[in-house]
Design a protein around this ligand. Sequence first.
Ligand code: 3PG
Ligand code: MG
Length: 398
Amino acid sequence: MSFKTLEDAGDIRGKRALVRVDFNVPMADGKVSDDTRLRAALPTIHALSVRGAKVVLLAHFGRPKGRRVDEMSLKPVVGPLSDLLEQPVTFADDCVGPETERLVELLEEGGVALLENLRFHAGEEKNDPAFAAELAKLGDLYVDDAFSAAHRAHASTEGITHLLPSYAGLAMQAELEALDKALGKPERPVIGIVGGAKVSSKLDLLNNLVGRLDRLAIGGGMANTFLFAQGHDIGGSLAERDMADTAREILQAAEAQGCEILLPVDVVVAKKVEPNAEARSVGLDEVAADDLILDAGPKSVARLVEAIDASKTLVWNGPLGVFEVPPFDKATVEAARHAADRAVAAKLVAVAGGGDTVAALNHAGVAGEFTFVSTAGGAFLEWMEGKTLPGVAALERA
Ligand code: 3PG
Ligand code: MG
């Protein structure tokens, strides 16, 4: 892994820095409802601004498919962003064109502008070289601080790196360094925790991980599929019963590659998925026909905790149970708290990511105690699948 960082950019006073950020933030009633991604961009914006660069922010919002859709404007981001930065942010109604060029020219040293949604132009998602050239006209250098959009080969994440000197921003750099520590060159033993509903959506991920990890704990709905494949009665539980062969293949691949798989040895069941539904912890041979498996049981958690203690690195994606509906959050919360304690005690490098995972760690109150928590969704998954992310490859080549 090698890419240029902001330190390599030299004297940038008066230069126009085009910064790709991910401001694809949750909005409710036209207002930013979660500013995590805005906050993530602050260190890079600040670092460039204090060095006297003119900071020009490139971002997408939603999927407008190449035309202007007013509800997908980035304008609602301007207010919250300038509050966080404690400095005014100029907004350009279009991300390319002569007026935008003029507006960028007029920025003061250290000034910040946000350009309208890149995806209002079809050239963005097509990675059209002509559109990338239009963007490149607006800058003297390019900084990518949007790891969570790096799985897209778009003009603003890939094409532009062919045209301008390109650097990783501080958030991108931190993310890549953390991910490298977790799966690239991890301290062993490495354990993975993978949960979530479906084996089918995480096949590539499971296959990649069994070749890289010393242990892999499988939880959530997908664990039911594995238990079913092993011949256990899982009652009415959510599972992909048609994936049993695939599940067995993954278990065989794990065995062949020396990856120990940890499946639940006991489970928490209820008749309904309802808050405070009557829940029972039972052994694998005690699941009734009308039971739903909704979480891993206490013995499984104890075994997972031991496995975490025996590991130096943890990479986590997906909850172990239906954590949104207590008491089925217990296994997830206990394992997360334990991992966080180990991380705080500097005994474990604990890296987690993916939409649900962040929500689960926040629910457990420990996201801040993990070594690193990625807010990327698709990009984090593709990275766990071992895929090359075009936006990252572009920085490595640049
Ligand atoms: C995200 O929110 O995951 C990123 O911004 C990527 O958005 P996309 O899935 O629309 O490309
Ligand atoms: Mg998305």
